[in-house]
Design a protein. Structure first.
Length: 234
């Protein structure tokens, strides 16, 4: 995004260098609009465009000052969310297909259809299956496909989505967070106690406990948190 804007600015600077006002401003605006049209023609999914003229948001290109700057910001979160949703489904282990089909997108705290994702704000991509967190954190996807023994993944699906979005869309903020969902799964039973290391390096051992302290987010009655990809325009 920023690279395209810089390219426009360099072309405009060269093109108007020998002109004087007001012809220079007129030519500046013409070249900016033409560059924008050409750039958008290359996009499969047209982004939302925000225009800044000499730092004024939404101003007309025609109002640019002599030697001023016309800048376009391209907001394409809908395209990014569609990419992340497709990749999440492609990376999902397939047994019955329920997990693959359970991925969805949220905007403004509510689920939205893929074609209704806004280009601005904060977008969330997640999965509401009760085993989503366990699969993200501990289960090797090959186990689901081949029946081989489970092993810890170096990076779960949501983390892989973050990395891919970072590479494909450098102007988009992407992070992993653990969120609660309305009507989400409530943990049942008792957390399994884990033995503490019996040496002075263990704080539990020094406190006289045989087991590690239980985590609040794994205690019975707590709402489970779901790994989610958080997207925002930078």
């Amino acid at each position: 995004m920023a690279r395209s804007t810089a390219a426009f600015e360099r072309v405009i600077n060269v093109a108007v260098a020998r002109l004087k006002p007001p012809e220079a401003q007129k030519r500046h605006a013409e070249i900016a609009r033409k560059g924008l049209v050409e750039h958008l023609a290359q996009s499969k999914t047209p982004p939302q465009v925000v225009t800044f003229v000499d730092g004024r948001k939404g101003a007309s290109e025609d109002s640019v000052k002599f030697g001023g700057v016309i800048r376009y910001e391209f907001h394409r979160l809908a395209e990014v969310a569609a990419f992340a949703l497709r990749r999440a489904q492609e990376l999902s282990p397939v047994d019955s297909g329920a997990y693959k089909d359970a991925w969805f997108v949220m905007a403004g705290g509510k689920q939205v259809p893929a074609e209704g994702v806004p280009n601005t704000g904060e977008i969330v991509v997640t999965n509401d299956k009760p085993y989503h967190r366990k699969l993200e954190m501990t289960v090797n996807a090959n186990h689901w496909r081949t029946g081989k023994a489970m092993a810890r993944l170096p990076a779960g699906i949501v983390e892989r989505l973050r990395q891919e979005v970072f590479r494909q869309f450098p102007g988009v903020y992407a992070s992993v967070d653990f969120i609660t969902l309305q009507g989400g799964y409530v943990l049942k039973g008792r957390s399994q106690l884990r033995l503490a290391k019996q040496n002075r390096q263990s704080s539990a051992y020094r406190a006289g406990r045989k087991h590690l302290a239980t985590r609040k987010d794994t205690a019975a009655g707590q709402q489970m948190t779901y790994p989610a990809l958080i997207l925002r325009s930078e």
